[in-house]
Design a protein around this ligand. Structure first.
Ligand code: SF4
Length: 79
């Protein structure tokens, strides 16, 4: 799954997004509430918060290789 705002895009691989344990971890670590969980436990991306990303990499540490933070203000460069 992927969601783009003005400055930041976030992409999470579909298997990770469907995994309730991964979704819970991402929801817990992001300081600006970009991730959440649907009632079924699957991951949700809060599009309205994407541009608040502080580039802390905590999501990438929580799910190595499964989350990409894209700097749309820098040609889509990966964090
Ligand atoms: S880099 Fe930090 S602020 Fe940005 S989405 Fe990941 S955990 Fe949230």
């Amino acid at each position: 799954m992927r969601s783009d705002a003005t400055f930041i895009g976030v992409e999470v691989d579909d298997a990770a997004a469907a995994d309730a344990a991964v979704a819970a971890k991402l929801t817990e670590v992001c300081p600006v509430d970009i991730f959440g969980q649907a009632a079924s436990g699957t991951l949700e991306l809060h599009e309205q918060n994407l541009d608040e990303c502080v580039l802390c990499r905590l999501c990438m540490d929580a799910a190595p290789g499964r989350v990409r933070v894209l700097k749309l203000y820098d040609g889509g460069a990966e964090l």
